[in-house]
Design a protein around this ligand. Structure first.
Ligand SMILES: Nc1nc2c(c(=O)[nH]1)N[C@H]1C(S)=C(S)[C@@H](COP(=O)(O)OP(=O)(O)OC[C@H]3O[C@@H](n4cnc5c(=O)[nH]c(N)nc54)[C@H](O)[C@@H]3O)O[C@H]1N2
Ligand SMILES: Nc1nc2c(c(=O)[nH]1)N[C@H]1C(S)=C(S)[C@@H](COP(=O)(O)OP(=O)(O)OC[C@H]3O[C@@H](n4cnc5c(=O)[nH]c(N)nc54)[C@H](O)[C@@H]3O)O[C@H]1N2
Ligand code: SF4
Ligand SMILES: [Mo]
Length: 699
């Protein structure tokens, strides 16, 4: 039988690359990148190609399940979808009758496929939608909003045309976004310079022209030093600054004391090196990209750090520039209509949000809220009781800090539902597990990618579900039907797609040829005059009134981060190329490649503790200890230990991942309460741990 090719969308991480699936006799045989997608050209990362192993994995939830014993005990009753939907809908209805619809909290992982389930939330009438972003990019988003008045995705990284790229807290060659990786490699082949600022040497650092190892938590000092150098040596783009900066004089005054020599004391990077780097960077302006960071939920000043990055990009005229951060285009910019939205079928719920965002905290963006503050509301029942929670593509017990504490909070819920395609700590602790089909087995609603050339894309089902699992829209629709949200009662994906495409002039058949429908022929670089910063002044705002009104400064005077006490280390973490967060460790193919995480520790410090490379060590914090193999290296700052996030699973249903490596989030006492009050994100790296040798490599 011939091989069938299906264009679809990867679902192994949040990036959602366009892919092509090959199917033979109804079996998935090969996954690769979509050959028609620019800068993908058939490429896929290791995780994306492990979708086949995910589909074949018997150790994923195969049917809906309802908890029988205590929460977290693992005593599950397998039920039919009808039973599961009825159970959830009845319980939810009862709670909403008692406390009002706002008693339902729903969290997801953000991304392009949200319209249908967010419409469902409007349909039932709850304002309490949050996403994972308080544990990821919220500081960056709030920084962009505070400087530009628009969000971080309203500018694009034009990596392929860049002349100098700076990665600070961004490990692009391991924390992968396939298109970004390929674009940067293309640019580097054409002479683009790469600078990496990290607390350890990564794959990205190994490929860089400049690598600066900074003391953990001092990036804000580094950047203030850079701004000082740029301003006091007049290295900025003068026209841009004159036209587009409000309060430039205040910035100039603020950074006056923050010289390169001052920064050197804080960061450990010599003043000369910083000065040389800034000169080189300024030579490349405006085609420079200082990446504002992605996972920047790290320190109590990370929001201010991200703000300095946006300000540096603007000083160099990179905002709106080719090879810099040009303005993202939307369908309307080409006279095209966007997708019709299910959300628009419903009124926005009028209740105040439980997390306080938008009213108690007016400086935070209300759309995706702040999950950790919603959890606080579960705990305190203030401003009202939140008794039901649906975690949809979200594993807060792995992705937020101090899971023991969070379990106590979740114990106050009367209903906890998890929608997921793998087991997770949160699914295990839930009352009901609604198993999602892995991405090759499901279709999703159509989505828009806004960039220089925007396009619509669709995830198509490559193979039928092997187990009793469902697609997202089927799960949402199943609940909508039972809760009287008639407008979302759909029985086929085609009907959903046709609704979305109604006003666009595009039909679903148009996706057949390449899996994508472009809305413009060529990338469009809009003039800066079109940019219209969305801030009150229409300019880049160094002083952000919304913050100041809350008594929060826009320009935060620098405070030196605490150095670890003797015998302690600052906990740091990040990604590796072959796993995604916590949900791929048990994937048979990826597990084989990397079965456990290791603890990076500086050679000199290790020597003091008599730890040799490969020894087993115990890492302790927050009343928890875990045993992990030491990676002794001089390629990490002495104050920090580092581990890849997502390991340390202890669920009996995951035979491979069980007991391998350590979970970083367990080592952070009351960690969700330690967050950046200006940017909103959790400050995961404001915690210290101890390390001691357990056994030597040989023993
Ligand atoms: N392979 C893979 N790719 C992924 C993901 C994945 O799980 N796996 N996840 C996706 C997601 S959700 C995200 S948010 C992105 C994350 O993308 P990134 O933010 O680039 O990834 P991280 O590895 O979390 O962090 C980047 C670097 O920050 C460094 N770092 C830690 N502390 C400091 C510090 O104080 N200063 C400086 N300068 N550097 C520091 C770490 O050593 C690490 O190398 O990746 C995405 N891509
Ligand atoms: N201590 C510490 N905490 C962290 C991090 C860290 O490095 N250290 N990283 C942070 C970062 S960058 C992020 S983005 C968050 C990630 O936190 P999460 O978003 O919770 O992590 P994931 O593992 O990507 O996804 C959670 C669950 O969703 C399921 N899933 C995956 N794809 C889908 C889908 O398409 N639909 C549905 N319904 N389910 C799906 C997975 O099986 C998994 O069980 O964690 C953050 N928290
Ligand atoms: S980066 Fe890799 S895992 Fe993430 S969507 Fe792309 S191919 Fe899939
Ligand atoms: Mo993330």
């Amino acid at each position: 039988m011939s091989t069938e090719k299906v264009y679809s969308i990867c679902g192994m991480c949040t990036v959602r690359c366009p892919i092509q699936a090959e199917v033979k006799n109804g079996e998935l045989t090969f996954l690769q990148g979509n050959p028609h997608a620019p800068f993908i050209n058939g490429s896929i990362c290791a995780r994306g190609s492990a979708g086949i192993a995910l589909v074949n994995d018997r150790e994923r939830p195969q049917t809906p399940m309802i908890r029988q014993g205590e929460r977290g005990e693992g005593n599950w009753k397998k039920v039919s979808w009808d039973e599961a939907f009825d159970y959830v809908a009845e319980k939810l209805q009862k709670l909403m009758d008692q406390y009002g619809p706002r008693t339902l909290l729903f969290s997801d992982r953000g991304g392009p496929f949200r319209d249908f389930h967010r419409a469902f939330l409007r349909g039932v009438g709850t304002p309490n939608y949050v996403n994972h972003d308080a544990s990821c990019a919220r500081n960056v988003q709030h920084a962009a909003l505070s400087v530009f008045g628009f969000g971080r995705k309203d500018v694009t990284y034009d990596l392929s045309n860049a002349k100098h790229v700076v990665l600070q807290t961004r490990n692009i060659f391991e924390a992968i976004h396939v298109r970004e990786v390929n674009e940067l490699m293309t640019a580097m082949e054409n002479g683009c310079k790469l600078t990496v600022i990290d607390i350890r040497s990564t794959v990205s650092a190994a490929k860089a022209h400049n690598f600066f190892m900074v003391r953990p938590g001092t990036d804000y000092a580094f950047n203030l030093g850079v701004i000082h150098e740029i301003i006091y040596n007049k290295l900025y783009d003068k026209d841009f600054v004159r036209m587009w900066f409000k309060d430039f004089d205040k910035l100039e005054e603020f950074v006056k004391p923050y010289t390169a020599e001052w920064a050197a004391e804080e960061t450990g990077v010599s003043a000369d090196k910083l000065k040389n780097f800034v000169r080189g960077l300024a030579d490349a302006k405006p085609s420079v990209i200082w990446h504002p960071g992605w996972m920047n939920a790290r320190y109590k000043n990370s929001f201010y750090m991200s703000r300095t990055i946006y300000i540096i990009n603007a000083l160099l005229g990179a905002v709106g520039a080719k090879g810099g951060l040009p303005i993202t285009n939307k369908p309307g910019d080409f006279g095209r209509k966007g997708l019709k939205k299910f959300m628009d079928l419903f009124d926005k719920p009028k209740d105040k949000r439980a997390d306080g965002v938008g009213w108690k905290y007016p400086h935070f963006e209300s759309g995706p809220g702040l999950a950790h503050l919603a959890y606080e509301a579960i705990e305190t029942e203030e401003p009202y009781p939140v008794k039901a929670y649906i975690a949809y593509r979200h594993d807060p017990l792995m992705g937020f800090a101090d899971p023991d504490r969070l379990r106590k909070t979740f114990s106050k819920l009367d209903l906890l539902v998890s929608v997921t395609f793998t087991w997770s700590d949160t699914a295990w602790f839930s009352d009901v597990v609604l198993p999602l089909s892995p991405y090759p087995e499901r279709e999703s609603i159509i989505a828009t990618k806004n960039e220089l050339t925007p396009y619509f894309f669709v995830r198509r089902r490559a193979v039928d579900p092997r187990y009793d699992t469902k697609a997202d829209w089927e799960i949402v629709s199943g609940l909508a039907k039972r809760l009287g949200v008639e407008k979302l009662a759909y029985d086929s994906a085609e009907d959903i797609w046709n609704f979305q495409l109604e006003e666009t002039g595009v039909s679903i058949a148009d996706f057949d040829e390449t899996g994508m429908v472009y809305l413009a022929e060529e990338p469009l670089y809009r003039k800066i005059e079109d940019l219209k910063f969305k801030s009150p002044s229409g300019k880049i705002e160094v002083i952000f009134d919304k913050l100041e009104e809350q008594g929060i400064p826009s320009l935060l005077p620098y405070e030196s981060p605490a150095a670890p006490e003797a015998g302690k280390f600052r906990i740091t973490f990040g990604r590796c190329g072959i796993h995604t967060q916590g949900h791929t460790v048990n994937n048979p193919m990826l597990f084989e490649q990397m079965p456990e995480n290791v603890l990076w520790i500086n050679s000199d410090e290790a020597k003091k503790l008599k730890i040799a490379d490969g020894d087993m060590v115990e890492i302790s914090g927050n009343g928890h200890s875990g045993t992990i193999r030491a990676k002794v290296t001089d390629q990490i700052h002495k104050d920090a230990v580092f581990m890849v996030h997502g390991f340390g699973h202890d669920l009996p249903v995951e035979s491979r991942a069980f007991g391998r490596g350590v979970a970083d989030n367990k080592l952070m006492p009351r960690g969700n309460e330690v967050y950046d009050k200006a940017g909103g994100a959790v400050a995961f790296q404001e915690h210290f741990v101890t390390v001691r040798k357990v056994s030597s490599q040989k023993g």
